[in-house]
Design a protein around this ligand. Structure first.
Ligand SMILES: *Cc1c(COP(=O)(O)O)cnc(C)c1O
Length: 368
């Protein structure tokens, strides 16, 4: 499994399956749109989707290129692209049977006109902005889009959806306000014969806002084993699916008073035992972890010394025993110790999402 000097990310599909079961326990009998954008939150787009393909109803990606990659790798599950369609991408959506996000009346008009010209039918999902202020027709104006969508002939409205801005915050007032706005918008369908699917819930809302589950839920981070925030922790039991590992490439003793790495930002206060690991900021081990990050070796936590380089980092092992060839865990468990993506995120003043998606492509993904 480790016949490369580069680090690997080992994805535990059993853990992912467990997390998906938690989604299904919380959102009983709802359809699932598995969010696999951002290289499946760093877990590898195709490998993750291949595992999930027969367990979910839809895949959600940000860009049509991701959807094409899935199709070219044999994924037949319906796919929704969450960014609006560029005119020049229209034929790719059709060729690969990919659904469109529609966030305005003019976009619907353009897509439907194109579809009519080609004599085809396309699948669209209408995006309503209930407060995120990112994408979507404003909820106050949404009726016009829904009406137009019920009139056009070549666009099938598969779903109508919105997105929470604060479902992971302690205070749910704004999330509840968004929910109320969305409910008003979809009242439009009370008088329609055909109802599309409604969906709004991200991981935090799956865990905390059952009322927002509607017909379909959109889990992201929780499928990968992390909580969206500390406020969702009590209600779901999740297992991180990703372990990031390397092997120490070099062992040495750094003599007292000798500086380490670029800039000499760390100077040995005495003779210090150290190993070099083949991981750097070009892997997504951020330079901000210089003199700050830690890793696990032989079941103990050891610190980064000096600046993180592009491809290598030096670890102080103190009195512990560690040598060239030892397993090094950057994210994951070893013995009774664990470093989570959240631990790393705390040191970087960010969230687990950014740490996970920041693990670069050159780190091979291995599925077990
Ligand atoms: C990313 C995303 C999600 C999933 O969010 P998590 O917090 O990771 O569960 C759901 N819906 C949309 C539209 C998204 O962009």
């Amino acid at each position: 499994m480790h016949n490369t000097s580069r680090s690997v990310a080992i994805i535990d599909l059993g853990a992912m399956g467990h997390n998906l079961a938690e989604v299904k326990r919380l959102a009983r009998d709802k359809k699932i749109i598995a969010m696999v954008k951002g290289n499946a939150y760093g877990h590898g787009l195709v490998g993750t989707a291949t595992f999930l393909a027969d367990k979910v109803d839809y895949f959600g990606v940000a860009f049509v290129e991701e959807a094409i990659e899935l199709r070219e790798n044999g994924i037949k599950t319906p796919i929704l692209v969450f960014n609006p369609t560029l005119p020049e991408q229209f034929d790719d959506y059709f060729k690969y049977n990919i659904d469109h996000t529609v966030a305005s009346i003019s976009a619907l008009h353009d897509l439907d006109t194109k579809a009519k010209k080609r004599g085809i039918e396309i699948k669209v999902h209408l995006k309503i902005d209930t407060g995120m202020m990112r994408l979507g027709i404003r909820y106050t104006n949404a009726q016009n889009l829904l009406r137009k969508a019920s009139e056009v002939k070549n666009s099938q409205v598969v779903s109508v959806f919105s997105h929470f801005a604060t479902s992971d915050e302690e205070n749910l007032d704004f999330a509840n306000l968004q929910l109320e706005r969305f409910k008003k918008v979809i009242k439009f369908y009370d008088e329609q014969k055909q109802k599309p699917l409604f969906h709004m819930a991200n991981s935090a809302a799956i865990i905390r806002l059952p009322e927002s589950h509607f017909d379909m839920v959109r889990p992201g981070i929780m499928m990968y084993g992390y909580h969206p925030s500390e406020f969702t922790r009590s209600c779901a039991k999740l297992c991180p699916a990703l372990t990031w590992k390397a092997k120490a490439t070099y062992f040495k003793v750094i003599l007292k008073d000798h500086p380490v790495s670029y800039g000499g930002t760390w100077v040995a206060p005495e003779n210090v035992r150290a190993v070099t690991i083949p991981i750097g900021y070009a892997d997504g081990f951020r330079r901000m972890l210089s003199n700050k990050g830690d890793v696990l070796i032989r079941g103990k936590k050891y610190s980064v010394i000096g600046n993180v380089c592009m491809d290598q980092t030096v670890i102080k092992i103190g009195e512990g025993e560690a040598y060239k060839g030892d397993d090094v865990v950057i994210i994951g468990k070893q013995g009774d110790q664990e470093i989570t993506a959240e631990d790393m995120a705390a040191k970087l003043d960010t969230i687990s999402y950014e740490v996970l998606t920041g693990i670069m492509k050159r780190v091979e993904r291995v599925y077990i």
